[in-house]
Design a protein around this ligand. Structure first.
Ligand code: AMP
Ligand code: ZN
Ligand code: FE
Ligand code: FE
Length: 285
């Protein structure tokens, strides 16, 4: 079983890298991509845990960028990145700096709405250095202000809601450039979240991203319908892109998503990792 899209406590997942590795090994995952938001801090611990024992598990180093896009969200994944690349590390640090500027403003908006919540509580509840709305949502759940993380987003934190604070995001071209500068493969995550108006609209976006160097799209994903998966597979073929896939496992923040199998019927085909690896090698020349 292959899962190339997961989060740890380094960003907004609820499992530490070690816990995620143990879970992957017991679930029968053989290749695990770790794709935390704006940080690669979980990679080392995950690799050490995988090397320490249990069933054989390959860790694919990854990262997830939130790029500038409207009206939906555009997430770009980077695979097989060099975790020591200075340019990548600099870009990730800048992303986290922007988060740390935005988070207190979100908390202030919640305070203004009457919630007793502080940035210190949010930071204390987070396990790593890439902190965002899910951590704020978790504090709201813990304090009984909302029943779930989903409700916190739907009523307060989502775009258009009272505590939403916009954030300057990285341009798609820049995210792709940085991923590739670090020797990585740039993949468009969960394309349906772009909320394309039509198939041809999506195709236009993908064509533009391809022009910027995009190498793959996330065809297999927990929340894709069979129709979406089929459409993305065809799109990837037409544009010469690698099809990738993963669950976007977060643990408790996304309780309906399980490692490896997503909502139950995710299946990332064998060969996916080799295709990505080949793309990374080809780009390195
Ligand atoms: P941020 O990076 O701080 O802007 O927060 C966005 C992240 O929150 C996304 O990448 C998701 O992992 C998570 N997220 C977004 N919407 C929801 C939701 N409705 N329920 C749970 N998590 C969400
Ligand atoms: Zn997340
Ligand atoms: Fe994402
Ligand atoms: Fe993700």
């Amino acid at each position: 079983m292959i899962d190339l899209h997961t989060h740890t406590t380094a960003s907004d997942g609820s499992c530490t890298p070690g816990e995620l590795v143990a879970l992957a090994q017991s679930a029968g995952v053989t290749v695990l991509g770790i794709t935390d938001h704006d940080t690669i801090d979980g990679l080392d611990a995950a690799r050490r845990a995988a090397a320490a024992g249990g069933s054989p598990l390959e860790i694919v180093p990854g990262v997830e960028f939130s790029a500038e896009y409207s009206p939906g969200t555009m997430h770009l994944l980077g695979y097989f990145i060099d975790p020591e690349n200075g340019e990548l590390l600099g870009a990730l640090e800048e992303m986290r700096h922007r988060r740390n500027t935005r988070n207190p403003r979100i908390v202030a908006a919640l305070q203004a709405a009457g919630f007793d919540i502080t940035i210190e509580e949010v930071v204390a509840g987070a396990g790593g250095d890439s902190i965002g709305r899910p951590h704020i949502a978790a504090v709201m759940v813990k304090k009984g202000y909302v029943a779930s993380v989903d409700e916190a987003f739907a009523h307060w934190l989502d775009r258009g809601r009272p505590a939403y604070v916009s954030q300057e995001r990285i341009a798609p071209a820049e995210a792709i450039r940085v991923i590739q500068a670090a020797g990585g493969v740039a993949v468009l995550a969960h394309p349906y979240q772009l909320r394309p108006q039509s198939t041809s609209h999506l195709e236009q976006i993908v064509r533009e991203l391809r022009g910027l160097g995009l190498q793959g799209i996330e065809t297999w994903y927990s929340r894709h319908t069979p129709e979406m998966t089929e459409a993305y597979l065809a799109l990837a073929k037409i544009h010469g892109l690698v099809s990738s896939g993963g669950s976007d496992f977060h643990g408790t923040p996304k309780p309906d998503i399980q490692l490896g199998i997503g909502c139950g019927n995710l299946r990332v085909p064998p060969g996916t990792v080799e295709n990505l690896r080949a793309s990374s090698r080809a780009a390195k020349g």
